[in-house]
Design a protein around this ligand. Structure first.
Ligand SMILES: *[C@@H]1O[C@H](CO)[C@@H](O)[C@H](O)[C@H]1NC(C)=O
Ligand SMILES: *[C@@H]1O[C@H](CO)[C@@H](O)[C@H](O)[C@H]1NC(C)=O
Length: 296
């Protein structure tokens, strides 16, 4: 009897996971603003949104890259769609209000989806407490955390008007402290705190803005692979097969469109440890550490 019940429950869960009720029509015509879109997942998000019929404005620091990405978006689009870019450095929190206003004006006065995806690129390393380490704290929290709060804040009135969505691209490191990226981990944990609270306030206020947090595992972007290989993580690179940035971007778009609260990708690689981390912390940390190599 128990076995039968278990089988039914498992079957239902599996079925639930496998249902893909994403409707591409829901993305058509949407006004999307994506940060950190000159490369990696952000770039792939721009291409998928363009293909799905959205109007996309992207931002990053390098204008030449932004131009190239916008051009490619245009090639993937119909003639009615319009894409554009805003050059910005997220270290400059003062500029975030102008960045949102520029994006909204390029999107014909509205915003449906704000995708917060940028991060400051760092070398991996042990936290020894050196002067150099200390100098990272402000920079990393500014770019990876504070600028997310600023951008979301200035976008709120526009998103409230459109009943829109905020997509926060985060990481397994934002659920489970990871060696060699301690301050990055901290900035991603901070996002969970802020956007977890904001999500509930929006519900309390009956404000129909969805917040989708994306908990990503090892994604094979050029930056991620280079960082790991520069830091000699050859064992990790040999045992973990990275997910493709393009597949990852499409999953993010589907989850955002379905107004999912939190998405995990690749699910089977990261969800078990996240699920078990408070029950069996030492075992989970032991398993987690297994993929890393300490360099002298
Ligand atoms: C940010 O703006 C404030 C007020 O306009 C100004 O006092 C401050 O110097 C600016 N900071 C930077 C880093 O530009
Ligand atoms: C912290 O500082 C030490 C000593 O300078 C350095 O070897 C290490 O890579 C730094 N850690 C990070 C995360 O940058």
């Amino acid at each position: 009897m128990l076995k039968k019940i278990l089988a039914v429950v498992l079957g239902l869960l599996l079925g639930y996971w496998m249902i893909d009720d994403f409707n591409p029509e829901n993305v058509k015509g949407k006004r999307v603003f994506i940060t950190g879109a000159s490369t990696g997942i952000g770039e792939q998000l721009a291409y998928h949104y363009a293909k799905l019929g959205a109007n996309v404005v992207i931002t990053a620091r390098r204008e030449n890259r932004l131009k190239e990405v916008v051009e490619k978006c245009q090639e993937l689009s119909t003639s009615q769609q319009k894409h554009d870019y805003v050059v910005a450095d997220m270290m400059d929190l003062n500029s975030t209000e102008e960045v949102i206003e520029a994006a909204v004006s390029k999107l014909q006065g509205g915003l449906d989806i704000l995708v917060l995806n940028h991060i400051i690129l760092l070398d991996l390393g042990i936290w020894t407490g050196s002067k150099h380490n200390i100098s990272l704290i402000e920079k990393v929290l500014k770019v990876n955390f504070e600028s997310y709060v600023y951008l979301a804040s200035f976008a709120l009135p526009h998103l409230e008007a459109s009943k829109g969505s905020i997509v926060v691209v985060s990481s397994f490191a934002g659920k489970f402290g990871q060696p060699f990226v301690s301050i990055y981990s901290a900035s991603k944990f901070a996002l969970e705190g802020f956007f977890g609270a904001l999500r509930q306030e929006l519900k309390l206020r009956n404000c129909d803005i969805s917040i989708t947090t994306c908990i990503l595992g090892f994604i094979g972007t050029e930056n991620a692979v280079n960082q790991l290989s520069n830091y000699g993580q050859t064992f990790l690179l040999s045992v973990l097969k990275p997910a493709a940035p393009s597949d990852t971007a499409l999953e993010i778009i589907k989850s955002a469109s379905k107004r999912v609260r939190q998405m995990y990708y690749p699910m089977l690689e990261i969800y078990p440890l996240i699920l078990m981390r408070d029950w069996l912390p030492e075992t989970c940390e032991f398993i987690n550490r297994y993929v890393y190599t300490l360099n002298s």
